[in-house]
Write a protein that binds this ligand. Structure first.
Ligand code: HXC
Length: 285
């Protein structure tokens, strides 16, 4: 199979791992989430990505579908995660056209640098609404489908002949457990996202659903890094990472494949910090 951007493929991945599986992803046209979905589609899944910008979502969906001939990648635009009606409609369209939903990635996020003194109530609320309430709306809409998938693919951890289902990943930030100047809105929102995931892991674990978090640190060539850093600060950013490099989008995809695959069977209520150890040094990406 010829794959564009071959550096995104990891040596540990096994083709067909996610055959017959469907992933629903908010923020799916963004730099990080599109990388996650690209990996899952490459490994056999079909996907539905949603976002606000219709043209961008459709273009990214078409691009992702090229990684595996025969894959189906729906791109549904005009979906703001703050609008429950639009999210519900997209979820139902995804389930109807692709036959269900096995995995959910709640990745839609908003971010900008602003000190508390510069933040209006509306600005603070915009990020809480997108990151936290948007995640809640996404989970409420997809839970019925995840429950069906978890029931279908439930396993005792010893054998998973048909693969896995009923799994959630929230894309958070290392800011959830630290603080960062000019990020009060994001730190508050992501702390809430992590709390939401943790409670879901307790409430839905008994029904076979796992809920986990990936917290990216400074990941190269992402919208987040562009918003929070600048080309002039690149070398400084690299030096701040214990591993002395910026993360790759593939690093986030690797964690995603781990959590959704049978490698993640007994991982529930966890947060994987994919940040090269950065937050332990400076308290966040
Ligand atoms: C202060 C700002 C501001 C800024 C917007 N606002 N930008 N305030 N400084 N730089 C204020 C506006 O003035 C307004 O308040 C309020 O925020 C809402 O702005 P709108 O533009 O009306 O809202 P909306 O169109 O919904 O935009 C949402 C947004 C925007 C979050 C503000 O940035 C956005 O759409 N972002 C989406 C893409 C994105 O951010 N991706 C990055 C993801 S990366 P007033 O009072 O004027 O009405 C990421 C990484 C996290 O999340 C990891 C961290 C380490």
């Amino acid at each position: 199979m010829t794959v564009p951007n071959t550096p995104f493929v990891s040596a540990n991945w096994r083709e067909g791992t996610f055959a017959n599986k469907v992933v629903f992803c908010t923020g799916g046209s963004g730099t990080i989430c599109s990388g996650q979905v690209r990996a899952l589609v490459y490994l056999g899944a079909n996907a539905c990505i949603v976002g606000r910008n219709r043209t961008k979502v459709e273009e990214v969906a078409a691009d992702i579908s090229t990684v595996r001939p025969g894959s189906i990648v729906l791109g549904i635009g005009d979906v703001d995660v703050r609008n429950p009606d639009r999210v519900n409609a997209a979820v139902e369209e995804c389930a109807k056209r692709l036959g269900g939903i096995d995995f959910v990635i709640a990745g839609a996020a908003g971010n900008f640098l602003a000190n508390v003194s510069e933040l209006s109530l509306n600005a603070f609320k915009a990020v809480i609404d997108i990151d936290l309430i948007g995640s809640w709306i996404t989970i409420k809409a997809t839970l019925p489908h995840l429950l069906r998938s978890a029931e279908k693919y439930k396993n005792d951890g010893k054998s998973v002949p048909n693969g896995t289902g009923g799994r959630i990943i929230f894309v958070s930030s290392t800011n959830y457990h630290s603080a960062r100047v000019a990020q009060a809105h994001v730190c508050a929102a992501k702390a809430g996202v992590n709390a939401l995931s943790n409670v879901l892991s307790l409430e839905y674990g008994p029904r076979g659903i796992t809920s986990n978090i990936i917290a990216p640190g400074p990941i190269d060539e992402t919208e987040g890094l562009r918003r929070l850093s600048s080309p002039e600060l690149r070398e400084e950013a690299i030096r701040s990472v214990p591993l002395q490099r910026l993360g790759l989008i593939k690093d986030i995809a690797d964690a995603t494949v781990f959590l959704f695959g049978d490698t993640g069977n007994f991982v529930n209520g966890a947060c994987i910090d994919v940040d090269g150890g950065t937050w332990r040094v400076k308290g966040g990406a």
